[in-house]
Design a protein around this ligand. Structure first.
Ligand code: ATP
Length: 300
């Protein structure tokens, strides 16, 4: 049984002041893009997990034990449903590892729907969404897909009204960035300053409803961009390079270091991608959003 799940980008990532429990309240607009991981699950005599990937990926970073996001998802689903069968999980990755695109969360969401089908559970959608929220704040969106807004820790996701399709150029980095390190840097940047509670962006939502790409390009915003650039100054050059190549907008994806660039069409995205690919073979691709969330692709 195979299921795929998409990478996410945050068209808006508003980050509020750190709470006593260490979390930062968020107000975010997600979009699922056509960069997918595929998770295949099989009945097996013992639990097992393997990972492959053709792109420039740091597969060594991915734990092959109960810390793996897909394994955690399978174990949680089994435990809640009294399933005692063992499962072999194979993850074929396209989503950059530690790239700010929630690849681990995508694998968790794909494992949930794949194991649900393998074990014939037919869990109600609401139940899968509850398990997803327990697994991590980006997992519910990986199930829902499309374009959606989320607040708090990102766990309750509301689909958004969006017109048309959006073409993005994705530029990967050779090395990932740790999400906790970027949030820590955010706290350092704003130490002693008053950080306001994050708001959902009305103007950006209107640009999405009317498919106003020029306007959307200038409204893209990520509060983690500045701290990520402080940790990785060369990201500033990557972002500027995309705008110089003609993109309508440039954005760090989540906590980075992947950068994404909004273009007006597939052809435009391919032109921008060609410019950005010079000297960076294999690290640049063109994708469309929004795409659906995790779903079973193949049975048997
Ligand atoms: P975050 O979800 O924290 O924003 P990210 O999107 O930047 O992270 P991920 O690719 O999800 O990055 O990986 C973050 C870390 O999670 C990895 O460095 C790895 O140690 C761990 N991890 C666990 N399971 C997986 C998985 N299936 N795929 C990728 N990373 C995984």
């Amino acid at each position: 049984m195979s299921a795929s799940a998409p990478a996410k980008i945050n068209l808006h990532l508003g980050v509020g002041p750190v709470r006593a429990d260490g979390f930062h309240p968020l107000a975010t607009v997600y979009q699922a893009i056509g960069l997918l991981d595929e998770v295949t699950v099989r009945h097996a005599p013992a639990n097992d997990v393997t990972v492959t990937g053709q792109r420039r990926l740091d597969l060594d970073e991915i734990p092959l034990d109960a810390r793996n996001a897909a394994v955690r998802a399978a174990m949680l689903l089994a435990e809640r449903n009294g399933v005692e069968e063992q499962v072999a999980i194979h993850i074929d990755k396209q989503i950059p590892v530690a790239g700010g695109m929630a690849g681990g969360s995508a694998d968790a969401a794909a494992a949930l729907v794949a194991c649900d089908a393998l074990w014939g559970l037919s869990s109600p959608r609401e139940e899968l969404l509850e398990l997803a929220a327990e697994l991590g704040s980006d997992v519910p969106f990986a199930l829902v897909g499309g374009t959606a807004i989320a607040t708090g820790r990102g766990e309750s996701v509301v689909p958004a009204m969006v017109l048309g399709e959006y073409w993005w150029v994705v530029v990967e980095s050779a090395d990932g960035l740790s999400t906790p390190a970027v949030y820590h840097e955010f706290d350092t940047v704003y130490a002693g300053q008053r950080v306001s509670q994050p708001d959902l962006p009305d103007a950006l939502m209107e640009a999405l409803r009317s498919h106003d790409l020029e306007r959307l390009g200038v409204l893209l915003r990520n509060d983690l961009e500045e701290p990520a650039i402080r940790l990785r100054p060369e990201l500033d050059d990557v972002l500027a390079g995309g705008i110089a190549a003609g993109a309508l907008g440039a954005l760090l994806s989540g906590s980075g270091p992947t950068c994404v660039f909004l273009c007006s069409s597939r052809t435009h995205a391919e032109q921008v991608s060609t410019v950005l690919s010079e000297g960076e073979p294999g690290a640049v691709c063109v994708v469309r959003g929004p795409v659906p969330g995790a779903r079973v692709e193949r049975m048997g």
